[in-house]
Design a protein around this ligand. Structure first.
Ligand code: HEC
Ligand code: HEC
Ligand code: HEC
Ligand code: HEC
Ligand code: HEC
Length: 191
């Protein structure tokens, strides 16, 4: 019991320090944030007009914490064959020739004291668009969701309310049955 209290104190202190630093770092990073990129990469032409699947480029989202940005070699799968030349495509080819990585500017930034993992969501069938909006229509990526704790919890609560069918229930282990599908307890997202 005493140990639990001490531990809770430690967790609380870590969160408080993290939250303080986070308030300072939060400036300019919010819903609607849409920074210019070193190469004006249009999702609309790729994921919209040409229907390239999100996971073709962000393949890591299925298996790991980060969705990842594709290396230029993935871009060159198509751009060595495609004839179209623009100033922006020229920048891509120059970076490849000079073996220089493209320094994409990060759009989404959760504070370090939050644990978020793409694969947990993608494997459960949550569509990219539920969190990122209609990226396939965007010329430049914009942060669509607020990424606040309330936003995470709202979806987790809806998810926990969904009835579990007889078949699914029979295939769950005892531990899984007791645990809500998407976490509501602090330790799911903070540790
Ligand atoms: C042809 C490759 C390609 C495809 C297909 C693609 N993306 Fe991207 N995506 C990129 C690149 C490159 C960036 C980094 C530049 C930028 O932010 O525009 C990026 C950035 C992003 C970001 C912002 C990342 C950050 O910095 O926070 C999100 C969100 C995203 N993509 C979602 C999607 C979704 C959803 C789809 C499918 C509808 C998709 N992408 C399809 C290449 C791709
Ligand atoms: C449940 C909500 C949710 C879903 C579903 C989701 N994302 Fe994300 N995505 C986030 C959050 C939150 C961040 C910020 C993570 C951070 O800063 O650590 C993020 C960041 C990203 C980034 C930039 C950082 C990184 O992780 O590499 C890319 C690219 C991205 N998402 C693409 C996608 C794609 C593509 C899909 C679908 C296959 C997808 N996301 C599905 C919430 C989501
Ligand atoms: C699966 C094929 C494919 C991949 C992979 C791909 N592209 Fe493209 N890209 C295209 C097509 C198709 C067009 C449209 C060309 C046209 O209109 O003839 C295009 C056009 C472009 C344009 C020009 C947009 C404009 O305004 O006309 C840029 C810039 C670009 N791509 C950058 C990238 C970058 C950077 C990557 C890697 C992150 C990438 N592409 C990956 C197929 C691809
Ligand atoms: C649009 C709905 C949605 C949003 C928004 C969302 N989640 Fe989830 N989350 C889910 C679903 C669905 C699962 C998977 C449940 C399963 O597979 O049993 C999940 C699972 C998780 C898990 C693993 C399960 C656990 O309890 O340990 C974590 C951690 C998590 N989410 C964190 C976050 C964080 C952090 C955010 C906000 C940045 C977030 N989620 C936003 C739907 C969502
Ligand atoms: C589903 C994921 C999730 C769960 C569960 C969760 N949090 Fe959070 N929490 C977040 C995210 C994301 C942020 C950062 C965004 C924000 O400040 O709204 C955050 C921020 C915080 C902050 C900093 C607040 C601020 O304003 O800067 C504190 C303190 C906190 N959480 C405590 C808790 C406690 C205590 C619990 C349990 C009752 C909990 N969290 C449960 C996702 C979660």
């Amino acid at each position: 019991m005493r140990l639990q209290l001490v531990l809770m104190g430690v967790v609380g202190a870590v969160l408080a320090v993290g939250a303080g630093a986070y308030q300072l770092s939060r400036i300019g990073i919010h819903q609607g944030y849409s920074p210019a990129q070193p190469i004006a990469f249009p999702h609309k032409i790729h994921a919209g007009d040409n229907k390239i699947p999100c996971l073709y480029c962000h393949y890591a989202a299925r298996t790991s914490r980060h969705a990842g940005i594709p290396p230029a070699s993935v871009c060159m799968n198509c751009h060595t064959i495609l004839e179209k030349q623009t100033v922006e495509i020229e920048k891509l080819k120059e970076a490849v020739q000079q073996q220089r990585p493209v320094r994409w500017v990060k759009v989404h930034n959760l504070p370090d004291f939050v644990y978020f993992n793409h694969s947990q969501h993608v494997v459960s069938g949550v569509a990219c668009q539920r969190c990122h909006g209609p990226v396939e229509t965007m010329e430049r990526v914009t942060q669509f969701a607020p990424l606040t704790m309330g936003w995470c919890l709202q979806c987790h609560r809806e998810q926990a309310k969904l009835p579990v069918g007889e078949f699914e229930r029979a295939t769950l282990s005892l531990k899984q049955r007791q645990k809500p599908a998407a976490g509501l307890d602090c330790a799911s997202c903070h540790y």
